[in-house]
Design a protein around this ligand. Structure first.
Ligand code: HEM
Length: 404
């Protein structure tokens, strides 16, 4: 756990791109800049991986899954664990199984389904934020970030309201890494037992919800067999979605709250015109993407910036750095809610492009709109703000908001 007052203005020379080093995590931006300019192909002696940081190079990695495979995991420590992935963990798969599983899970994320969640998400924000009006300071992470994303996932898959808190706690416990620690195998292999009770219930009493649909629809699997998904597979999908969509989206809300405090003119404009909010949220995912980098296993020798990377090596694609590459974005370190071509890689790119992007955007927009409606102005108390450091997601663990 890192306190903002521990942040230093300048990063010591020996700090390099290292997702397990708190000093890097405090302020990764000067390190990325140095990498982009001086070592566009970076090699980490300490952890034995390569990394690219410029927009074009990161883009290439995302778009060449034949060379840069996800099948051994998309996180550095997961690739190093060298474990057999359960089938259906689509974020850690290559085609053809990835394409089949992604198509199945995509059924959850149709624009119609996502849009249908909006009133319930708004209602939830109202319930949470209304009691805070006139109460003085509150922690936006505890109030909103810790609940809204899992609530959205539960609504999406049809977990009953009374069970949602319990599910959130179980998922958090299994998947959240502690300060400075890498993800553990236990967390990774968390098989979604917590969801089994709901899946079994739907098997007995199917409704028109998504769990029932996943259980009853036929599909052609990677062996060419036409069949239905097993209960375990359905649990795996829900677990993957929870793992990918919970902490990430929570951090997005924290960053938006922090930036809208730091940029009061932008906040005032947004308050006057809610139609500007979607672009302002997009710009948050560009400038502060909760995920810093993805990892890939290199399947064949490949030359990058004059160096041959060998089959079996690990390549990290630092999309957080790409999102601030001046070769691609003018004035990249400025938060500009009117930025025209904000298209970034905060949600990844290529075949693994974030399936939940529309849901994450909707949650960010609704949460921040409801914040603006109640608290036209606010500051954040950086003396007591705490940055959570996990190897996968960067953002605030505590962010006290002082309404103006
Ligand atoms: C601000 C919030 C979010 C961010 C920054 C984010 C970021 C990402 C990134 C970078 C990837 C690509 C990983 C890779 O290429 O290895 C990804 C994939 C994925 N995300 Fe998100 N995500 C967010 C929210 C969500 C939500 C809300 C959900 C679902 C409820 C979700 C579900 C997924 C899934 C299922 C994949 C795997 C897709 C595939 O492998 O084909 N994400 N996300």
């Amino acid at each position: 756990v890192i306190k903002e007052d521990q942040l230093t203005a300048t990063v010591p020379d020996d700090v390099e791109f290292d997702l397990y080093d708190e000093r890097f995590f405090f302020d990764p931006w000067p390190v990325y800049q140095k990498m982009r300019d001086e070592t566009p192909l970076f090699y980490s002696e300490k952890h034995d991986f390569y990394a690219v940081s410029r927009w074009d190079d990161v883009h290439n990695v995302f778009h060449d899954p034949q060379t840069y495979s996800s099948a051994r995991g998309g996180i550095l420590e997961v690739i190093k664990m060298n474990i057999e992935m359960p089938s259906g963990v689509l974020i850690f798969e290559d085609p053809p199984s990835h394409s089949i599983h992604r198509k199945l899970v995509s059924r959850l994320f149709t624009p119609k389904r996502i849009k249908a969640l909006e009133p319930q998400l708004r209602e939830f924000c109202r319930e949470v934020l209304d009691p805070l009006v006139g109460q003085g300071e509150f922690d936006v992470i505890r109030a909103l970030s810790a609940h809204l994303p899992m609530r959205a996932i539960c609504l999406l898959v049809g977990i009953p309201l009374e069970d949602q808190e319990f599910v959130r706690d179980a998922v958090d416990k299994a998947l959240t890494t502690e300060s400075g620690e890498a993800m553990t195998e236990d967390g990774l292999l968390f098989t979604g037992d917590v969801f089994m009770k709901f899946v079994e219930e739907r098997e007995k009493n199917p409704t028109d919800d998504i769990i029932s649909q996943l259980l009853t629809q036929d599909f052609t699997d990677e062996h060419g067999e036409v069949r239905k998904l097993t209960k375990d597979e359905v649990c795996t999908y829900i677990t993957v979605i929870s793992g990918a969509g919970n902490e990430t989206t929570g951090r997005l809300i924290g960053w938006a709250t922090k930036y809208w405090a730091d940029y009061p003119d932008a906040r005032r404009e947004l308050r006057e015109d809610f139609s500007l909010i979607p672009n302002a949220i997009e710009e948050i995912v560009r400038i502060e993407p909760p995920g810093q980098a993805v990892a890939r296993y290199v399947t064949k020798d490949v030359e990058v910036h004059g160096t041959t990377i060998k089959k079996g090596d690990i390549m990290l694609a630092a999309m957080a750095s790409a999102n601030r590459d001046p070769r691609h974005f003018p004035d990249p370190d400025t938060y500009d809610i009117h930025r025209k071509d904000v298209a970034h890689m905060g949600f990844g790119a290529g075949i693994h492009f974030c399936l939940g992007n529309a849901l994450a955007r909707l949650e960010g927009q609704v949460a921040m709109e409801e914040m603006l409606k109640r608290f036209g102005d606010w500051e954040v108390d950086m003396d007591r703000a705490v940055l959570a450091k996990t190897s996968t997601v960067r953002g605030w663990k505590t962010l006290p908001v002082i309404p103006g």
